[in-house]
Ligand binder design. Structure first.
Ligand code: BGC
Length: 345
């Protein structure tokens, strides 16, 4: 493990970078937001991000960051739990939704970090106490996220316990490009998803139905090119999303055993560098093709940020779960989910 001072926050607090991995996969993780700042696959960086902490603070794309307490959207920022009405920040102002944990989510917190090495590989254990009432959510939650690099596997293990019932749904917002992040738009890359169903959304990008992908632009059951034509096609759901920005329900017919858990094969994302396969025990994945990634502030090394310059594969519960009685972490229960990114060797 290599550890160094990455930058300082305006408050003077230090942001530390931790580098773990091997010749196939190498990850640089920041204690700020648990951000994956670099992800090298056979020496090529495949993840969006910045050279300075300012980039992460001025951009609104959650580049590489941990997302919580509730990833994705909650309609109107409102939900009712155990007879109590809650109003969260409507920080996605254009649609009036609560998005990715609110005004100050897990992506903007300083996490404690511990390093561990064993015969499987290297691990960074990030912990955070999220106090009762933060962002108006009920309950104090103790959160623990373990990033591991074990051979060709890069994994994120999410664990949490709350002292009150609370909505809880964590993910990571890595923007990946399998030609390398300097490799341009993803139009020549392919995506295959083991999903028969998707969330049909309304104009606020809130699910209104669970529908089959048959006959839609979202049938990725065989590998499909993430072409410009696909993402600008006239499928009404594609139009509403401004491109690919949708939740798919993962089938559980193919699995792998990893760190003692059975994880379903969710997706394969492939480009010039090779393929990465996503496995998870979460029921869903949000596929977001960086539809709003263009912007003034440049990426690492002065790289231009471009629309469709990457793909996010965000393991999650379906959006707006608390308004369907889903994605509630009960007091004292253990939240325990994994996302495994397995690279070709
Ligand atoms: C959402 C997008 C959003 C992006 C960045 C994704 O998880 O689905 O709609 O623009 O995050 O905030």
């Amino acid at each position: 493990m290599n550890k160094y001072l990455f930058d300082k926050l305006p408050c003077g607090c230090e942001v530390t970078a931790y580098e773990i991995g091997n010749d196939t996969v190498r990850a640089t993780i920041l204690n700020y937001g648990g951000i994956i700042q670099k992800l090298l696959y056979r020496g090529t960086d495949i993840i969006g991000g910045y050279d300075k902490i300012e980039g992460y603070r001025v951009s609104d794309g959650y580049q590489g960051a941990l997302i919580g307490r509730y990833a994705n959207r909650i309609r109107g920022g409102r939900f009712t739990l155990n007879g109590v009405d809650y109003q969260l920040a409507q920080n996605e102002s254009a649609r009036g939704n609560h998005l990715h944990g609110g005004d100050i989510g897990y992506d903007a917190k300083l996490w404690d970090v511990e390093y561990k090495q064993d015969c499987d590989g290297e691990h960074l254990i990030l912990t955070l106490t999220d106090p009762d009432g933060t962002e108006n959510y009920p309950g104090t939650v103790n959160v623990r996220v373990t990033y591991s690099v074990c051979g060709e596997n890069f994994s994120i293990h999410y664990e949490a316990v709350s002292d009150k019932d609370t909505p809880f749904n964590m993910t990571n917002h890595a923007y990946l490009n399998m030609n390398g992040i300097a490799g341009g738009q993803i139009y020549d890359q392919t995506l295959q998803v083991n999903a028969d169903f998707m969330s049909k959304v309304d104009e606020h990008l809130i699910p209104v139905d669970k529908v089959p992908v048959d006959g839609t632009a979202f049938d990725f059951r065989t590998p499909k090119l993430l072409s410009r034509e696909l993402m600008t096609c006239d499928d009404p759901q594609m139009v509403i999303g401004g491109g690919l920005d949708h939740n798919l329900y993962i089938t559980t017919d193919e699995a792998t055993l990893y760190q003692g858990k059975k994880l379903s094969k969710a997706a394969v994302f492939a480009g010039k560098l090779g393929a990465l396969t996503l496995y998870t025990d979460k029921p869903c994945v949000q596929f977001y093709a960086a539809n709003f990634m263009e912007g003034e502030y440049p990426f690492k090394g002065g790289l231009k940020r471009e629309k469709n310059g990457a793909l996010c594969l965000e393991t999650q519960f379906a959006p707006d779960g608390p308004n369907r009685g889903e994605a509630i972490l009960k007091a004292g229960d253990k939240y325990d989910y994994t996302a495994l990114f397995r690279f070709d060797v």
